[in-house]
Every structure is written in C-alpha cells, then in structure tokens.
Design a protein around this ligand. Structure first.
Ligand SMILES: [Zn+2]
Length: 55
C-alpha cells in the first residue's frame, strides 16, 4: 500500500490559528530550532516581525 508511517498531521497557523491544508505548499520558517508553518506568506511576515508573540 505504501502508506505506512504516514502521520496524520493537522497543523495550525501560529499567527491566525487557521488550519493548514497539508496538501498545499505553505510558507515556513525556523525559529529556535522549531519549524513553523503558516497558511500564507503574510502570516509568516507577522511571525518574523515578532516571533515571541506567537511562540
Ligand atoms: Zn495565518
């Protein structure tokens, strides 16, 4: 089947709390060793302007 080890991942945008569609490429960044994903590039910019607000 080839589906073993596939995790059911539901990620949420740390900025706006929208659910991120795993099938759509999203903006991502790394902050203090953790990778964050955002539902839009705009959210990524908010996050990067003040990471402590969202972590
Ligand atoms: Zn967002």
């Amino acid at each position: 089947m080839g589906t073993d080890n596939v995790q059911h991942m539901v990620e949420r945008c740390p900025v706006c709390d929208s659910r991120i569609n795993a099938h759509v490429p999203t903006a991502g960044t790394e902050h203090e060793g953790t990778e964050y994903h955002f539902e839009s590039a705009m959210c990524k910019r908010f996050f990067e302007s003040d990471p402590s607000e969202y972590t």
